[in-house]
Design a protein around this ligand. Structure first.
Ligand code: AMP
Length: 120
């Protein structure tokens, strides 16, 4: 599997400060911000700062420090946004997974009772 990262994607522009975002949390390796079209009362996106396209790309090629920073950011977001009763973490991946933005991101979705995992 070859990963050809496109640095013109919208999250790359957010990381470069070219597009604003509503930041929830940031550390050296990750940024978390509110989704622009929330699907639930809590809908935060957590992204690594490095040029990774997808969950499998980040899992394969992200350094231990980048991966620790990313998961640390997820833990911080969970503390900050009030998802004690649960949430769903989703990483849509490429065509079959219906991924729109080709920079790896984890959706943190919650704040209400969610339905079953897959609609189809
Ligand atoms: P996905 O389909 O998993 O790639 O999800 C991409 C997500 O990015 C969608 O939920 C969009 O609403 C969200 N999104 C797109 N542009 C922005 C933006 N400028 N700021 C915040 N979220 C965005």
């Amino acid at each position: 599997m070859e990963y050809a990262y496109d640095d013109q994607n919208i999250f790359a522009k957010i990381l470069r400060g070219e597009i604003p975002n509503k930041t929830v949390f940031e550390n050296d390796h990750a940024l978390a911000f509110h989704d622009i079209q929330p699907q639930a009362p809590v809908h935060v996106l957590v992204i690594p700062k490095g040029p990774y396209m997808s969950l499998d790309h980040f899992a394969r090629d992200g350094s231990a420090e980048e991966q620790a920073g990313f998961f640390g950011a997820i833990a911080a977001v969970c503390d900050l946004v009030g998802v004690e009763q649960g949430f769903r973490g989703i990483s849509n991946t490429r065509a079959h997974g219906v991924q729109d933005v080709p920079h790896y991101h984890m959706h943190i979705i919650g704040g209400k009772q969610l339905g079953r995992m897959l609609a189809d």
